[in-house]
Design a protein around this ligand. Structure first.
Ligand SMILES: [Fe+2]
Ligand SMILES: [Fe+2]
Length: 289
């Protein structure tokens, strides 16, 4: 990866996701039962750690060493927040805690943290993913995130908001259909990815015994370019839906338990998805046709 690319991409990731991580800490903290003081304190600490890292990422100069160091520091904080989210998720899915955090929400925010950490580790270790594979990874990641958001919105709206709930569920279905198409393209174009998922998770990234290296390399086809356009279009539409929902929440014109910050949070994530899909679009169509 070129030097500039490393700096620009690292700062872009950090400036966006550190704020998102601070907000996750706040959201999880708010959903915990008030007698869980240990977990609540951890949430408060993580919120301030990531808020400080957000400030640091804005002040980090565009030089390689400073950016490398920033990435390292954020990776350390991510280890801590991933542990925290794993802890909370474990307590919820084994029915050992109350509160109002949905299990899928905790899994969702942990996926966002795991992907952020992976992106920083890839940057600091100069790991590049081939374009066709990267495209599908980015698309499938965001399609799942957008589908989750649609269903969270549907579940946090008051049931009396029938039309908005229905609209949100339709977005959920649309993103799930697109994600299945993404998974189909993934095994067609990146068979190694399919193979990897047949192996125990602990073996991923380990040297494989002989016999595992004869699958075709990933490659770009025109259908993948068209798919990216379809994903971009659907994401733009849910971004606009979130904007409308956010305006209603702010004006207190909708019955829901969605806070203005949560509405804005999911809007910003759609905006980030659009930005990343746009970057891919330019790489997939370098001549602009
Ligand atoms: Fe998030
Ligand atoms: Fe999200």
């Amino acid at each position: 990866m070129e030097k500039d690319c490393f700096i620009i991409e690292s700062l872009r990731q950090n400036r966006f996701w550190t704020q998102i991580m601070a907000e996750h800490s706040l959201f999880i903290g708010e959903g915990l039962p008030c007698n869980e003081t240990g977990l609540i304190n951890e949430a408060v600490q993580l919120e301030s750690i990531f808020a400080n890292l957000k400030v640091l990422s804005e002040q980090t100069p565009s030089n390689r060493e400073a950016v490398f160091g920033l990435n390292e520091q954020v990776i350390q904080a991510l280890n801590r927040i991933i542990n925290f989210k794993s802890n909370v998720l474990n307590r919820i899915i084994t029915c050992n805690i109350g509160g109002s955090n949905l299990p899928l929400l905790i899994d969702h925010v942990r996926r966002e943290a795991i992907r952020f950490r992976t992106n920083l580790l890839k940057l600091n270790n100069q790991i590049n993913t081939p374009l066709a594979e990267l495209t599908l990874e980015v698309e499938v990641f965001w399609l799942r995130i957008m589908g989750d958001h649609a269903r969270f919105i549907a579940h946090l709206l008051d049931p009396s908001e029938r039309l908005l709930v229905e609209k949100a569920m339709q977005f959920g279905d649309r993103f799930e259909t697109l994600r299945l198409q993404g998974v189909d393209l993934q095994s067609a174009l990146v068979p190694r990815d399919f193979e990897n998922h047949l192996l125990p998770a602990d073996m991923m990234g380990c040297p494989l015994p002989p016999g595992f290296d004869s699958l075709p390399r990933p490659y770009v086809i025109p259908r993948l370019q068209r798919f990216n356009e379809e994903v971009l279009e659907a994401t733009t539409q849910i971004r606009d839906f979130k904007q409308a929902a956010s305006d209603l929440v702010k004006a207190c014109k909708v019955l829901s338990i969605i806070s203005p910050l949560l509405a804005n949070h999911v809007w910003r994530e759609a905006q980030m998805a659009i930005e990343e899909l746009g970057i891919l679009e330019r790489k997939l169509n370098p001549s602009g046709n």
